[in-house]
Design a protein around this ligand. Structure first.
Ligand code: SAM
Length: 246
């Protein structure tokens, strides 16, 4: 059965397949066509009881911007959850959430159904967030205009991990942040090269032309370790509750 994403948004067009939105191209589109994933975007505006179809209002206490109201968000979530028997894991995209990391992406990829709630304006009324009690996820320490792009990032990262999503010769297991280190550490990927052998006077590393797969694998691992040490030493330090690898 395909993993199911439900996106609750005021901009469902961003998830369209015809004409193609960001996910209806490349690997996510291939996975969708192969029946590995389905997604449904629902417009929160369809659930407002406000006569002007408003989904937001001015903030109590004053200040700039608007706040998404409880009622349309709550009713949209209830209606969408009833569309499928599978229970949905609720995810709110917010800059205040836990960082979206590869281990979290791997965990999300095992779930049968994810409901992604995209905020806009100043955000969503805190009372409905508390009542929904979602997992709160951030795609980085910066602020987007809305949660849709964050939802698309999360979906793309999850979809490419679904078995069969990548074509022959492609492997998510070798990518950056996969546990490819000798002690299972998550490392950065090694550098890659393709033809021509010499470009602008720069040669491809000789070892990659040797045909010796054992030595090539060892070289790639060494390159990964070196890059990780230089660029992301925090990855080698391991999680705070675990001792650093020997
Ligand atoms: N006032 C909010 C704050 O400072 O925490 C920011 C609101 S932002 C302009 C509007 C919406 O964009 C948020 O409700 C959230 O859904 C989404 N968003 C913005 N930055 C994000 C990020 N880094 N990760 C995930 N979602 C984000």
């Amino acid at each position: 059965m395909p993993i199911r994403f439900d996106i609750l948004t005021t901009f469902p067009e961003m998830f369209a397949t015809e004409p193609p939105g960001a996910l209806a191209l490349s690997i996510p589109d291939r996975a969708r066509r192969a029946g590995l994933v389905e997604w449904h975007a629902t417009n929160i505006r369809d659930f407002t009881t406000d006569k002007h179809q408003k989904t937001d209002d001015r903030p109590f206490g004053g200040g700039p911007g608007m706040v998404m109201s409880c009622q349309p968000v709550w009713d949209a979530v209830c209606a969408v959850e009833a569309m499928d028997d599978r229970p949905a894991t609720r995810v709110l995209l917010t800059p205040q959430g836990v960082p979206l990391t590869q281990p979290l992406v791997e965990e999300l990829a095992t779930m049968p159904r994810l409901l992604l709630l995209a905020g806009h304006y100043e955000g969503i009324d805190e009372r409905v967030i508390r009542k929904l009690d979602p997992m709160e996820v951030s795609i980085g320490d910066f602020v987007l205009s809305g949660g849709e792009l964050a939802a698309i990032v999360l979906m793309d990262a999850v979809i490419r991990l679904l078995p069969g999503a990548l074509g022959d010769g492609e492997s998510a297991g070798q990518d950056s942040f996969s546990p490819i280190g000798p002690g299972g550490q998550r490392l950065l990927d090694c550098p890659h090269y393709t033809r021509p052998r010499v470009w602008e006077g720069e040669e491809v590393p000789e070892i990659l032309l040797s045909g010796d797969h054992g030595r090539i694998a060892a070289w790639r691992l060494e390159q990964s370790l070196q890059r990780t040490r230089e660029r992301r030493p925090d990855l080698l330090a391991g999680p705070p509750d675990q001792p650093p690898p020997a």
